[in-house]
Design a protein around this ligand. Structure first.
Ligand SMILES: [Zn+2]
Length: 221
């Protein structure tokens, strides 16, 4: 797991010999060094879109807890703001060294890593994309680690109508139904809506996003 130690920790060790801190402090410094040493950094080699990148070792990584607009695939048109999301992601991580934090599942069904991505300054890339309104929260599991943080950022972006939200919330319908188990929301007419066991109704698209639900890919509510 180690990436060869953390330079700041060796500085601490030099300081130790000079000022002779107490034993509890030494133990604390040791714990921090071990924690930092375990945070392996990866260089990002390629950025596919706003939420998927390739690491230097060839592994694909999907940002956890968010979904950015899809870029153009073949004859499928790019979604609104897809280029802006990819560009921001490139600015943030391309050729940068990032560290990853995993949640319950380490990989998705396509074999991509699922993680929160941290820049060297400690900022979370997943959260920055939400803050800028260039991705929305996508929850697959009720208690993902950073759900509250991501949702708070999304609510601010919605209130300020930035990025995707200006267009997305321009028109609205009067009811959508959500699936409490999957955290997806649907049009009333969606064929999947009949299969939902734990339904929650939303009086607007905004309300669904406000609660962290993401749109069904089939009915595109
Ligand atoms: Zn649907």
């Amino acid at each position: 797991m180690s990436d060869g130690g953390n330079p700041s920790c060796s500085t601490h060790n030099k300081t130790r010999t000079m000022i002779k801190p107490s034993r509890p402090l030494l133990l604390l410094i040791l714990a921090v060094c071990l924690a930092l040493g375990n945070a392996v950094r990866h260089r990002v080699k390629y950025v596919y879109d706003g939420d998927t990148v390739q690491l230097e070792n060839g592994q694909r990584l999907r940002y956890l807890g968010i979904n950015a607009p899809e870029v153009r695939h073949g004859d499928r048109k790019a979604e609104h703001m897809a280029d802006a999301a990819r560009n921001l992601n490139r600015e943030l991580v391309l050729n940068a060294k990032v560290s990853l934090e995993y949640d319950k599942r380490r990989k998705d069904r396509y074999g991509r890593l699922l993680a929160y991505v941290f820049l060297e300054n400690g900022e979370t890339v997943n959260n920055i994309l939400i803050q800028k309104g260039l991705a929305h929260v996508m929850i697959n599991d009720e208690d993902i680690k950073y759900r509250a943080l991501l949702l708070a950022s999304q609510r601010t972006a919605i209130e300020n109508r930035i990025g995707i939200w200006r267009e997305l919330l321009k028109t609205d319908q009067n009811s959508y139904l959500g699936n409490r188990a999957s955290h997806r929301f649907h049009k009333k007419t969606c064929r999947f809506s009949k299969e939902i066991k734990k339904i929650v109704w939303f009086k607007s698209r905004r309300d669904a996003y406000w609660e962290g639900y993401s749109p069904c890919r089939q009915c595109n509510p």
